[in-house]
Design a protein around this ligand. Structure first.
Ligand SMILES: [Zn+2]
Ligand SMILES: [Zn+2]
Length: 259
């Protein structure tokens, strides 16, 4: 819901700590690719939620090479239309921006953004994007993205492993087979909504238990509800585990996924 949560006057929603102001979750990856003409900055985004525009402004985005979608809930897709100006800028050189999504997510995107994706759409200035199937492994300009199946309530959704990093948001359970894709991580980013159980999201306690089993060097909690104050919660977490926050920037190893 974002923090402050609309209509709420709780301690976290009225906190003066900037870490307690949370836009909807997303990840931006940037790297330099060697090309014949020199070096090109490559940019991949995971999910375009309702705050995508503000996040793109804060991070000075001027182009995007690809988007990966975790699932089709509003807090992960509703910024899709704001890809339009970026796609117009880069279309001539780079063509349509590929949007990688499972068949379930694709069906929802096609329905919700029918004016973008329908062959019958007449809207002239639609985003220059194209939906692509999400394979087990997808390579984007030399960086490999492995799909990590996870459960969000009864929905099977996509987590991602890239280099020595994994991003698992909106997780309520992790299938046993997916743990093999989570070995040797420097950074695990995983959702932890609050302490009280929720039907489709992990609690802090569940996320801590998974983090300890996975054993990443660093674990960052994301998709955090207003029940969790930044400082107060961090004081209670085991070493190597902390709440992420808007603007958190990490240098990461994007080498091949060897699992
Ligand atoms: Zn609140
Ligand atoms: Zn969500």
């Amino acid at each position: 819901m974002g923090v402050p949560t609309l209509g709420c006057t709780c301690e976290v929603c009225t906190s003066a700590d900037p870490h307690d102001r949370r836009l909807r979750p997303s990840v931006l990856l940037r790297w330099n690719e060697a090309v014949p003409a020199g070096v090109r900055e490559r940019v991949v985004v995971i999910d375009t939620g309702p705050d995508f525009r503000e996040q793109a402004l804060r991070n000075g985005l001027s182009h995007i090479d690809a988007v990966f979608y975790t699932h089709s809930h509003a807090d992960h897709i509703m910024g899709l239309d704001d890809l339009r100006p970026l796609s117009f800028l880069t279309f001539r050189e780079n063509g349509l921006i590929p949007l990688y999504a499972t068949s379930e997510t694709r069906a929802a995107l096609e329905r919700i953004f029918d004016y973008t994706f329908s062959p019958d759409a007449t809207y002239p200035n639609r985003a220059k994007v194209e939906l692509k199937p999400l394979a087990e492994r997808t390579s984007v300009h030399g960086v490999e993205f492995a799909r990590v199946p996870i459960m969000h309530g009864r929905m099977k959704i996509a987590g991602f492993r890239f280099g020595r990093v994994a991003y698992l948001t909106d997780v309520s359970s992790i299938p046993e087979a997916s743990f093999a894709l989570l070995e040797g991580l420097d950074h695990l980013v995983i959702s932890a909504l609050r302490h009280k159980p929720h039907p489709t999201h992990a609690t802090v306690e569940q996320a801590v238990a998974w983090a300890q089993r996975i054993g990443a060097r660093n674990t960052w909690f994301t998709h955090i509800a207003h029940e969790l104050g930044h400082e107060q919660t961090n004081r209670t977490l085991p070493p190597g585990i902390a709440l992420a926050y808007d603007g958190l920037t990490l240098p990461v190893d994007l080498g091949p996924v060897n699992v």
